[in-house]
Design a protein around this ligand. Structure first.
Ligand code: DWN
Ligand code: SAH
Length: 413
């Protein structure tokens, strides 16, 4: 049942239209010890669409301190592919933007373990990383990166302006979509940005999520999935504009937004081109989201049938990469260890624990090929190339990978 909600848009306060109800959900990254099962935190994972500002959002997000603290188990630098992504981006931003300034200041919101900022450190460029999760912030600090172990907010903005001055670059990857108070965020950015500064950020792209049915991008941390249309609406309020945008392949399909003060830079034709594509797709109207909800239900049905069928045939199934995204899939589809033996993952903090909610054991990726299994679900489809190259031996003996989207399917069957 889709209907208007008694909830208002976090951006423009308009009444929201309910889209998905994924049911009770644990925190996506709350990998848990057996002795703590009884204390597990759950919330209602629902999404909604704002017909006024066109923002796709969670109806409710758990408190930020519950998600980002001293035990945040996502370490950006565990992916070689992403390290390369950020080094290339650094070179590009330096050449095309920062090199025009004397002694530019760059600020990264949500720098995690320093995967992007280490390029600034190596090249002796002034930089500040803002990172509330102290375990990952400490890794960045140990690389001699300048990190403030705080949430980005208005108070911190005043502190930065006072102590460092305005920023020529404000950058964020996979972070802006995590911050509920989007108005406060944009107002802080507007305050901090140098007259000719750029605010560049990238996040999973709503257009890709809808087209490929990647509903697993919806979890506690991702309070928004953005489009050019919704970002443009927010920018207008702060006298900012999107001057360029780039579609990216990272995280299963992302968009990078280049934002500046209105009138300071030429606007690339790409912006209106992609906005037109969004209107063609229907991202500005609720109907496509209601269709998306039907597709999520179809996914659930197909996934459960596939796993039931494999279990009936006594085939063993494991998973690869205990991603945040996998928490939504497993809990929504109610997949327990009856159907999925374990998930292999390279993060030491997750190994030996159990997946949030469904309590699938997490094992070290070093054991992956030591333990015989017939099928493996590739949860980190965004790292497909890196993982399939690393684990090329898996299919040699006839074991098969299962891909998830748009609908679950066995590869090479
Ligand atoms: O937005 C976010 C993105 C940037 O990262 C955060 N909210 C949380 C996180 O999302 P995720 O967990 O879905 O990210 P990934 O990068 O799809 O998955 C990372 C997981 O995959 C880690 O647990 C490590 C694991 N992994 C692995 O086991 N072997 C990853 C690679 C590349 C590998 O080779
Ligand atoms: N930028 C990295 C990490 C993304 S994960 C990458 O793309 O790989 C999201 C990160 O944002 C986490 O490290 C989390 O601690 C941080 N974060 C969450 N809310 C934040 C906020 N309000 N201010 C700054 N960082 C935040």
């Amino acid at each position: 049942m889709n209907s208007f909600l008694n909830y208002n848009c976090s951006c423009c306060n308009n009444n929201l239209v309910l889209i998905n109800n994924f049911g009770k959900m644990p925190l996506a990254n709350a990998f848990i010890d057996k002795k703590l099962f009884h204390k597990e935190h759950f919330f209602d994972l629902k999404t909604a669409f704002c017909e006024k500002c066109k923002l796709f959002q969670l109806v409710d997000q758990p408190k930020k301190e519950l998600m980002f603290n001293d035990q945040y188990p996502f370490y950006s630098s565990l992916s070689e592919g992403m390290k390369l992504h950020f080094t290339n981006l650094y070179k590009n931003i330096f050449k095309n933007h920062l090199s025009q300034f004397d002694d530019p200041l760059s600020l990264e919101i949500g720098c995690n373990d320093g995967i992007f900022l280490e390029n600034f450190k190596i090249n002796n460029l002034r930089h500040i990383g803002i990172e509330p999760s102290s375990n990952v912030a400490n890794i960045a600090k140990n690389k001699s990166i300048n990190v403030l172990n705080k949430f980005f907010n208005n108070e911190l903005t005043n502190y930065i302006i006072k102590n460092y001055g305005e920023a020529h670059l404000i950058y964020a990857a996979n972070v802006i979509c995590h911050i509920k108070d989007i108005n406060s965020l944009f107002s802080s950015v507007e305050k901090l940005l140098h007259k000719k500064g750029k605010f560049i950020f990238e996040d999973p792209y709503l257009g890709d999520v809808i087209k490929n049915n990647q509903f697993d991008q919806i979890y506690d941390e991702h309070v928004y999935l953005f489009s050019i249309i919704s970002i443009e609406n927010i920018c207008k309020r702060y006298n900012l504009e999107i001057v360029d945008c780039e579609k990216l392949l990272t995280h299963g399909g992302s968009m990078r937004y280049h934002i500046a003060r209105t009138g300071e830079y030429l606007v690339s034709e790409k912006v209106s081109k992609i906005k037109d594509e969004e209107i063609q797709l229907g991202l500005d109207k609720k109907d496509i989201y209601l269709k998306f909800d039907e597709n999520c239900k179809k996914f659930k049905n197909n996934f459960v049938n596939l796993l039931r069928d494999l279990s009936d045939k006594n085939q063993s199934v494991v998973g690869y990469a205990a991603t945040s995204k996998s928490t939504t899939i497993l809990n929504y589809c109610n997949i327990s260890s009856e159907y999925l033996n374990c998930i292999f993952d390279s993060t030491e903090d997750k190994q030996g624990k159990f997946s949030p909610g469904m309590h699938i054991p997490i094992r070290s990726d070093a054991d992956f090929t030591k333990i015989k299994s017939n099928y493996c679900i590739l949860f980190a489809y965004n790292h497909k190339k890196e993982i399939l190259e690393k684990e090329h031996k898996y299919s040699i003996n006839g074991s098969k990978w299962i891909e998830l989207f748009p609908l679950p399917k066995i590869i090479n069957d």
